[in-house]
Design a protein around this ligand. Structure first.
Ligand code: GLV
Ligand code: MN
Ligand code: MN
Length: 405
């Protein structure tokens, strides 16, 4: 097997670690993540790295260099529900393969490589994003330790049962003084590279993002006896709100907004819903546009609720400004792609990545790999071995270029 085939085989192997047989669902601090990590630790060790796990649950593998500085490489091992097999694992596997090449040829770079396999990028279990990279970057909000998952387990308890100490989360905060930057390979999750006939591309920036949890509180009642003009139906307001969110997105160029979760209480066919909770995710490359639209969306929640004499509670869950990649690393990466014989198309990432948090510590760069049909967060997510081989070669060249700098 060549290196790219090994990367693909490892992504296939990791796909078997899931909480839901038949589909990939690997949340933070789950048994499936623990088993995936054990497998990945063995691959990291085979590649010559010393591995530790921090309190939040990230794997940190180190390949020493001859100098004092360090380059961070990495991506995440958790997944969304019913995920594809490349979002996250691809970046970790390409990074391991790149280090293994160095190890096999007994080569030491002038800098150390620290390979991070983040424990939570998607936020599936606790609704937050980037728990792993936040802990590393020192931006972890300890208030979220009290948040509970759908089964009532708090983040603090989940972290403890995963082997970490939530009271020592500050110990995970890495000092950035020795860092040269952070580099992540990731599936594009969009259609641009495929449309342009290119195997890889350079990320220039990552869009800003807000998440909210909104609850509409009306009044339950008998579906057969309460007249229509006396109802305070929380689901009807939620439905109007979902349409309003879509309208905001459609009328602001470049803006995307999604209601991806909806819980209806009490959830019976013959009871008027009294309580509906939903999630809202809003993204745009321009921070002011995003913030303006978020304000309008919150106004819609209140206005629509008032119109039906019900209450609306708006809980901000997370907020990230748009992040620009390091100009210096972007130009090194551009050069590495061109030396590999390809055009280095620059892209804006509409998806969020751990680099958003890591950018609080050091400059970041990302290499996107062509994605079949632009499909991601879906089991049909697909990359080719040929493209992965190119991504791995570009990564090796990028390390060489950085060493020469
Ligand atoms: C993560 O994949 C996100 O963009 O939500
Ligand atoms: Mn994802
Ligand atoms: Mn991802």
């Amino acid at each position: 097997m060549n290196d790219a085939e090994t990367v693909m085989a490892h992504c296939d192997e990791l796909a078997a670690f899931t909480e839901e047989p038949g589909r990939i669902t690997r949340p933070y601090a789950s048994e499936s993540l623990r088993r995936a990590q054990e497998t990945v630790i063995a691959w990291m060790r085979e590649a010559g790295m010393a591995v530790t796990r921090d309190n939040v649950g990230n794997l940190r593998a180190r390949y020493d260099g001859t100098g004092r500085s360090t380059l961070l490489l990495g991506s995440h091992l958790d997944s969304v529900r019913n995920a594809g097999r490349y979002d996250g694992p691809l970046g970790v596997m390409v990074a391991i393969a790149a280090v293994r090449r160095l190890h096999d040829s007994k080569h030491r770079m002038p800098f150390a490589i620290e390979l991070l396999a983040f424990a939570d990028e998607e936020g599936l279990r606790f609704g937050t994003t980037y728990l792993g990279s936040r802990a590393l970057a020192g931006t972890f909000d300890e208030a979220v330790l009290a948040h509970a998952d759908a089964g009532g387990i708090t983040l603090a308890d989940a972290m403890r049962s995963f082997g970490g100490d939530p009271s020592a989360i500050e110990d995970d905060h890495r000092n950035g003084d020795d860092l040269l930057g952070y580099f992540e390979v990731h599936i594009e999750q969009g259609p641009v590279l495929e449309a342009r006939g290119l195997p890889v591309g350079v990320v220039e920036s990552i869009v800003g993002q807000n998440r909210f949890h909104i609850t509409f509180i009306g009044e339950a009642g008998h579906a057969g006896t309460v007249p229509m003009d006396r109802r305070h139906d929380a689901l009807v307001v939620a439905a109007m709100f979902v349409i309003a969110v879509e309208h905001e997105a459609r009328t602001h160029e470049g803006l995307v907004a999604t209601v991806g979760q909806l819980e209806v209480h009490p959830g019976a066919a013959n009871v008027i819903p009294d309580r509906v909770s939903l999630s809202v995710d809003v993204r745009h490359a321009d921070d002011q546009t995003r913030l303006d639209v978020c304000g309008r969306i919150i106004d819609h929640a209140h206005t629509l609720a008032e119109g039906r004499e019900i209450a609306a509670e708006v809980l901000p869950v997370s907020e990230h400004a748009a992040v620009k990649c390091s100009q210096e690393l972007v130009s090194l990466l551009t050069d590495s792609i061109e030396r590999s014989g390809y055009e280095a198309l620059r892209l804006t990432s509409g998806a969020g990545h751990d680099g958003v948090e890591v950018s609080n510590l050091t400059g970041i760069a990302m290499l996107f790999v062509r994605c079949k049909g632009g499909v991601s967060h879906h089991p049909a997510e697909s990359v080719t071995t040929e493209d992965v081989e190119i991504a791995l070669d570009v990564t090796s060249r990028f390390l060489e270029q950085l060493a020469r700098r």
